[in-house]
Design a protein around this ligand. Sequence first.
Ligand SMILES: C[S@@+](CC[C@H](N)C(=O)[O-])C[C@H]1O[C@@H](n2cnc3c(N)ncnc32)[C@H](O)[C@@H]1O
Length: 463
Amino acid sequence: MGSKKIPYGKISTFEVLSDGMFRKLFPETLVLSPQLNEVYELALAYYESKVLNEDELVDNGAYFIQVGNRLTRHYLMCTGDPLLLPAHSSSRLKSFFKNNQFRTGYSTHGLFPYRGKFHPQMVKALINIMGIKPGDTILDPMMGSGTVPIEASFMGINSIGIDTSPFCRFMSQVKCNALIIQQEPLDQALKNAKDLFEFFSRAAGTPAVGSKNRNYELSNYFNCINEEKANFKSDYTERIFELIKTDNTDVFDFLLLAYLDSAGYAERSKRQSPYDKFQAILERYLFVVKKIQYVLKGAESLLAKAVLLQGDARDLKINKSSVDGILFSPPYSFAIDYLANDSFHLNVMGENIYVLKEKMVGLRGKNFKEKYQLYVEDMGKIMSECARVLKPEKFCTIIIGTNDNQLSKALDIPKEEVTGLHKILLDMAVQYNFSPVRTLARQISGIANTMRNEYIIILQRDL
Ligand SMILES: C[S@@+](CC[C@H](N)C(=O)[O-])C[C@H]1O[C@@H](n2cnc3c(N)ncnc32)[C@H](O)[C@@H]1O
């Protein structure tokens, strides 16, 4: 009772307004990123400003555009390009680039719309807050579309990215390689878009336009099983190389990703013909490459190494206490069927989807109840692996969404009795020698999402 009461109403409106909240939080020398408009972003910006010195904020800060009179690299990367948007851009695409300039619309993050993708700016801030420095190694054991390796690479931080899906490995690799890919063959490819489209359609197959009913069993020419197909494949590959005037496989893979991207669109919508979509996507991909390479010019050697592998997060082939930080986002229970979503692409990769299904966290199990039990079991194995490979006292951040309605139906219990996935992970963390340090909540926007809230859980590995 003896403690003094904090006096309210002591500061005048004039004083409180003229002082400004941001001045209280940040030193005068720092200018915040213009598109910062969520509470969790403000929190991350605040933590960044506390753990990084001024030089580090200039080089690797995520939420600041200026430090004193120096512009940050993040600012330059997002804005530093006078190129016009490609001719085929719709007004929606143009506004996407503009509105998300500092958040998602930079670097090669915009290539391929992978569901459940991280916010790159948030990834950058979390890497900083976890105290991971240039030369260190970060692990994302469920890398999806490779947001962590791409961000880390720019920050001079080595990365190991793992995903059980060969398509994710492929996509992440293409996005990393695109930072330094040759541009001339891509220009050449755009000029020959029609022929390329035809070759790819024959080789990779065509999606069922506007079907929405995704099928696990599609034909697959790339990983041919008989001689005729093998001949077809090599003939086809040669003809593509002729068209693009190089036999650089990075270029080939880049074009294939653009084709797969357009095939995904064609599956979802009939609005544009598959060829028109392919051409528009290829044009956008080229724009992305030109933009980021323009920004990177002369600084390519600063990019750190990204080792991207197909593997299983429950059984990491990585040495004990060998990584300096872990950042990942597991599937949110069984909310997204990544195999159904990517079935066309996985078939092109020659993957047996039924075999893969048995390794996919969230997809194992016959019914909802069993799926949930297996999910929790799998997440336990992943936490245990994370604790094993992380150096003592270093940090592991997990981003997880939860949907209590879905879980209540799945488990057949009232919503009030559901324990959200974030709470389950927090309990598990303690079992596996982690101490929870901070949990931040962020809202998920977009109408198609089944999740409303996502949690950023920052854990520290015990000694
Ligand atoms: C929410 S997504 C990650 C998205 C990623 N953070 C990004 O920025 O694109 C979850 C990923 O976990 C992968 N996954 C599922 N089971 C896995 C396992 N056993 N080992 C490794 N990855 C797995 C899925 O293929 C999917 O790409």
